[in-house]
Design a protein around this ligand. Structure first.
Ligand SMILES: [Zn+2]
Length: 307
């Protein structure tokens, strides 16, 4: 039996040119639609209990741990009496800073500097060893391309490059207070909200070869949640949906029961592996486009075209 697992990130009235949060009106429309047409259940019930559901089963999940979940998403969910899951990046909660992808966009968008000091980007990133741009447009287009590329680069290299950007664009203050704190997360204790791990630093896990690094991202992030919230999380959500066999194995060994991917398709609870549960990511798009995605039509069409 197919279940639908939705993935949201931010819901906010503030428009953000870098990465637009979903408008609260659209979020409410989607939630109203799914509450009418689906049986919205806790993720763990869909994945671990596998009981037969009367209506189509659907779970609502959020990645990254942005604070606007508390301000705009949770009140709507409470209104409809619906459960949800939130996956937090342990270091982002600790530092009250967003993920590296957000920080990279933020720095390039807000800096007045059109040049960087020389830096060794390494062989893998040699094509991006650019130190000067003629205008803001060129600079932003560079950062967008480089950000996509950095998702595939190893953790150590990416951290060094991010450090270099943060030190060089010192005219931009860090985007603080966008994330939930541990205290915020503790206030959710009595709500039907599952808190899970979204790793320690939000790297694409499949790019990490080093076992120690992988353990750190997967197991240590769960242990930090355990220290802060009192339990080891049941679920881990892989950043940018990146996983492989090794990632799944480390997650299982660490004690998780569910591993969440993105993959933009419906989840078949009878056939699919619990460590590669697909989700359908929704954006601040039209309601119709989101509805087509929720039905799984878009992904079905795409896989037909591929065949
Ligand atoms: Zn994420």
């Amino acid at each position: 039996m197919n279940a639908t697992i939705l993935l949201f990130h931010r819901v906010n009235t503030v428009r953000d040119k870098l990465w637009d949060p979903m408008a609260p009106e659209l979020f409410e429309k989607i939630i109203r639609f799914v509450s009418k047409n689906y049986e919205v259940l806790p993720l763990q019930e869909i994945c671990l209990n596998k009981k037969r559901h009367t209506k189509k089963a659907l779970a609502i999940t959020f990645d990254d741990g942005y604070r606007d979940y508390l301000d705009f998403a949770l009140p709507v969910l409470k209104n409809y009496n619906l459960p949800s899951s939130m996956f937090v990046v342990a270091e982002c909660v600790d530092n009250n800073l967003p993920t590296w992808t957000y920080i990279m966009d933020y720095l390039f968008f807000n800096t007045k500097k059109l040049a960087l000091p020389p830096f060794d980007y390494g062989e893998a990133c040699a094509a991006f060893a650019i130190y000067k741009w003629n205008n803001k447009e060129e600079q932003i287009s560079y950062s967008k391309k480089f950000k996509q590329f950095l998702k595939l680069v190893d953790n150590e290299r990416r951290n060094a490059i991010m450090q270099h950007f943060m030190e060089s664009f010192d005219d931009v203050a860090a985007p603080c207070n966008l994330m939930m704190t541990w205290d915020d997360l503790r206030t959710l204790k009595n709500e039907p909200v599952e808190i899970g791990s979204h790793t320690l630093t939000h790297p694409p896990l499949a790019t990490i070869d080093n076992q120690v690094e992988l353990e750190k991202e997967i197991r240590i992030s769960g242990e930090i949640i355990q220290q802060q919230l009192g339990y080891f999380p049941t679920t881990i959500s892989y950043p940018v949906g990146s996983y492989n066999k090794k990632v799944k194995e480390v997650a299982k060994q660490a004690g998780y029961k569910i591993g969440l991917a993105v993959d933009q398709k419906l989840y078949n609870s009878q056939k699919q592996d619990l460590f590669e549960v697909p989700r359908i990511e929704l954006y601040n798009d039209s309601f119709i486009r989101n509805k087509i995605k929720i039905y799984g039509i878009e992904s079905a069409l795409k896989s037909l075209i591929k065949k």
